[in-house]
Design a protein around this ligand. Structure first.
Ligand code: F6R
Length: 584
C-alpha cells in the first residue's frame, strides 16, 4: 500500500521517477507526488488522481523522490499527498507504512512551534528531523527520528542543503537498485528494472545514506552492516504491459508459461519439504485472500491424492491458533508479495512457538522469504495487476507438486501438470475470451452473482467470486453446493446468475444443485468438460480430474476481467484496493 521511489545519479531525476512511479501505481493510486533537489531548493509537484493519467512535470535536479498513495491517515487531497517537508522546505520525505504514535509526536512538535500542512502521519517525520537537526547532524537526526517511530515504515528522505538522500525500512518493503553511477530505491523491483537488475534487499531496520555512492549502511541501532548485491531473474519486459490493454489480461495470458516455470522446481528441495510435511505433527497452510483459496484447494488435493490432513488458516486468524503450535508444527506460509502484514504476523507467531516455517513466495528478497526458515520461489514473474491471477495458478501448481511428492510421486505429478500446458494455452486464447465476453454481456447488469462448487471445486468458486467482486464490483458470493438449501437459495430470483463448477467426482450432486436454481428461475452457467441440459450457458474446460481447479479458474479470471471492462471499471486498479496489503 503506497509505493515509493527515489533516484540519485548523474541524470535528471524527474523523468526517471515518473516512469518508475507508474510501475508502482498498483500499490496505491489515489494521489501522487514528486520532489527533486538541485542543491539549492526542493521542487515539488503533488496532485490527486492517477499518475498514469498525467504528464511528467519538469523538475530540476539529479536527486529526487516520489510517491503514489493509498490513503490511510487524512483524505485524498493534494496537501495529504507525499512528499512532505519540514517547516523550511529543506527536508523532504516519502513514506510507505503507518506511524502509530503520530498523534503524540505531532502534538509534541506543534508545542515546539512546527507548522503542519497535511493531516498525515508521515508529516511528523520531516519535522522531527528538523527538530533534531537543531543539535545534531542530518544522519544522527534521521536515526533519532526513526527510532521514535512506532509502526511500520519505508522512507526516502532528501536533505537539500547536504544534497543527500537517506532511505530506511522497518516493516514495509524497500529495495535498492544499483546502476552505473546511479542508485534507485523503490518499494518493488519493477520500478527500476529497465535501468538495472542489480539489487540489494534491505533488511528491517536498515538505514542507507547516499552521497554520490553508498556512504553509510547501518541499522537503527547504529551498527554498521553490509548487504550483498543480488541479480534479479526478472526482466524489464515481464514488468511491462506490452500490447495488452491491461496488466491483468497480460498476466492471465501468461499462465501456460507460468505453469512451465512453476514446475521447474529443484526436485531435491521439493522432496525435502515433502519429507518435512510427512514428519510434522500438525501442518498449517497460512495465507490471505487469493493465496488462501489456493491453500484451500491444496488441502482438498492433499486429502484426496496424499491422504494427508492440512489445516488452512487465514493470516489474520492464525494468531488465534497459537495454542495449537508446538516445535513439531510445520507452518507453510503462501504469498505472492511476501509482504502481507497478516501473513508475516502469523509467521512471527509460529516462530515464537518454535514451529518451523516454510514459505512459498513469488517475490524474491521479500520479508516473508527472509523471515522463513526455508522458502520456495513460485517463479511466476512479476505480477502487477492488483487482482492476482497467474500467481494463483503458480501456487496451485507448487502445492499440488508438494502433495505428489509426499507420496513419492513427484515425477509423475510433474508430468501430469506439464500435460496441461496446451489446455491452459487454449483457455487463455482469443476464442475463449470471445465466448466469455458473450457471457459477460448477459450478466453485466446484474447486482448479484453466485458461484457454487463441491469438494475440490468449492475453492475454485471462492476464488472466482473474489475475482469478480474485486474488479467488477458485482456482488459475487460463493457457496459449497450442499449449503444452498441451508439458506442461500432464498436469494435466487428470476434471472439470477449462478455458476457451477463440475468435476466427475461431484457431477451428480452439483448438477442437482444447478437444477434447484433453474427451477427457481435462475440463469445457470456450467463450467466443466460436459454440457448438460440444465445449463443456460456452458463454458467448456478440458477434463483434468484432480487437476481441474488449475483449468477451471482461467475462464473465471477472464469473466471477471470482461465484466470489469464492460462496466467501465479499470481491472488493474480496483477502487479501495492495493496490491500489497502491508497493514493489519
Ligand atoms: C486478490 C488478491 C488478494 C491477495 C492477498 C494476499 O486478487 O490479490 O486477495 O491474494 O492480499 O496477498 P499476497 O499473496 O501478496 O500475500
Amino acid at each position: 500500500m503506497c509505493g515509493i521511489v527515489g533516484y540519485l545519479g548523474k541524470k535528471e531525476a524527474a523523468p526517471i521517477l515518473f516512469e518508475a512511479l507508474k510501475k508502482l501505481e498498483y500499490r496505491g493510486y489515489d494521489s501522487y507526488g514528486f520532489a527533486t533537489s538541485d542543491g539549492s531548493k526542493i521542487w515539488l509537484d503533488k496532485s490527486t488522481g492517477k499518475i498514469s493519467e498525467t504528464k511528467p512535470k519538469e523538475l530540476p535536479g539529479k536527486i529526487g523522490i516520489a510517491h503514489t498513495r493509498w490513503a490511510t491517515h487524512g483524505g485524498v487531497t493534494a496537501e495529504n499527498a507525499h512528499p512532505h517537508t519540514d517547516c523550511n522546505g529543506e527536508i523532504v520525505v516519502v513514506h510507505n507504512g503507518i506511524i502509530e504514535n503520530y498523534q503524540e509526536l505531532r502534538k509534541e512538535l506543534l508545542d515546539k512551534g512546527h507548522e503542519f500542512k497535511s493531516e498525515t502521519d508521515t508529516e511528523i517525520i520531516p519535522h522531527l528531523i528538523e527538530e533534531y537537526m537543531k543539535e545534531n547532524d542530518f544522519a544522527t537526526s534521521v536515526v533519532k527520528t526513526l527510532n521514535r517511530l512506532e509502526g511500520s515504515f519505508a522512507v526516502a528522505i532528501v536533505n537539500v542543503k547536504a544534497n543527500k538522500m537517506t532511505v530506511a525500512r522497518k516493516g514495509s518493503p524497500l529495495v535498492l537498485g544499483i546502476g552505473k553511477d546511479e542508485y534507485f530505491v523503490a518499494s518493488d523491483i519493477p520500478a527500476f528494472l529497465e535501468h538495472t537488475k542489480q539489487v540489494m534487499y534491505l533488511h528491517d531496520g536498515d538505514i542507507v545514506t547516499f552521497d554520490g555512492g553508498i556512504e553509510v549502511f547501518s541499522t537503527l541501532e547504529g551498527k554498521k552492516v553490509e548487504r550483498k548485491i543480488d541479480t534479479v531473474a526478472w526482466d524489464a519486459e515481464q514488468a511491462m504491459k506490452g500490447e495488452f490493454e491491461h496488466y491483468m489480461l497480460k498476466e492471465i495470458s501468461e499462465q501456460a508459461d507460468v505453469i512451465k516455470r512453476a514446475i521447474s522446481q529443484d526436485s531435491k528441495e521439493i522432496m525435502d519439504i515433502a519429507r518435512q510435511i510427512n514428519e510434522a505433527k500438525g501442518i498449517f497452510l497460512v495465507a490471505c485472500g487469493t493465496a488462501s483459496y489456493a491453500c484451500t484447494s491444496a488441502s482438498y488435493f492433499f486429502s484426496k491424492v496424499a491422504g494427508k490432513h492440512i489445516n488452512v488458516v487465514l493470516g489474520s486468524e492464525f494468531p488465534y491458533y497459537k495454542h495449537f503450535l508446538t516445535p513439531k508444527t510445520l507452518v507453510i506460509a503462501v504469498s505472492q508479495s511476501g509482504e502481507t502484514a497478516d501473513t508475516l504476523e502469523s509467521v512471527r507467531v509460529a516462530k515464537e512457538a518454535g514451529a518451523r516455517v516454510i514459505s512459498l513466495v513469488n517475490v524474491m528478497g521479500s520479508t516473508l522469504m527472509r523471515e522463513s526458515d526455508q522458502h520456495l520461489l513460485l517463479n511466476a514473474g512479476p505480477e502487477i495487476g492488483v487482482a492476482s491471477t497467474k500467481v494463483y495458478t503458480a501456487m496451485l501448481v507448487v502445492l499440488y507438486l508438494l502433495a505428489y511428492a509426499t507420496i513419492g510421486k513427484f515425477d509423475e505429478g510433474r508430468k501430469k501438470i506439464r500435460r496441461l500446458y496446451l489446455d491452459v494455452y487454449k483457455l487463455t486464447s482469443a476464442t475463449m475470451r470471445k465466448n466469455i465476453k458473450a457471457l459477460a454481456e448477459k450478466i453485466k447488469s446484474r447486482d448479484h452473482l453466485f458461484l457454487l462448487g463441491r469438494g475440490h471445486q468449492y475453492p475454485t468458486a471462492e476464488e472466482a467470486a473474489l475475482k469478480v467482486k474485486e474488479i467488477s464490483y458485482i456482488h459475487a458470493e460463493s457457496f459449497a453446493g450442499g449449503e444452498l438449501k441451508h439458506g442461500p437459495i432464498a436469494l435466487i430470483e428470476k434471472g439470477t446468475p449462478a455458476i457451477f463448477f463440475v468435476s466427475p467426482d461431484n457431477e451428480k450432486e452439483i448438477i442437482s444443485n444447478a437444477s434447484e436454481i433453474k427451477a427457481r428461475g435462475g440463469f445457470v452457467v456450467g463450467v466443466g468438460s460436459k454440457n448438460n441440459e440444465v445449463f443456460d450457458f456452458w463454458i467448456k474446460t478440458p477434463e483434468a480430474g484432480d487437476l481441474n481447479p488449475i483449468l477451471q479458474i482461467i475462464p473465471m479470471q477472464l469473466l471477471a476481467y470482461e465484466l470489469a471492462v464492460l462496466r467501465g471499471c479499470n481491472p488493474d486498479m480496483p477502487r479501495n484496493l492495493a496490491k500489497s496489503v502491508t497493514v493489519k
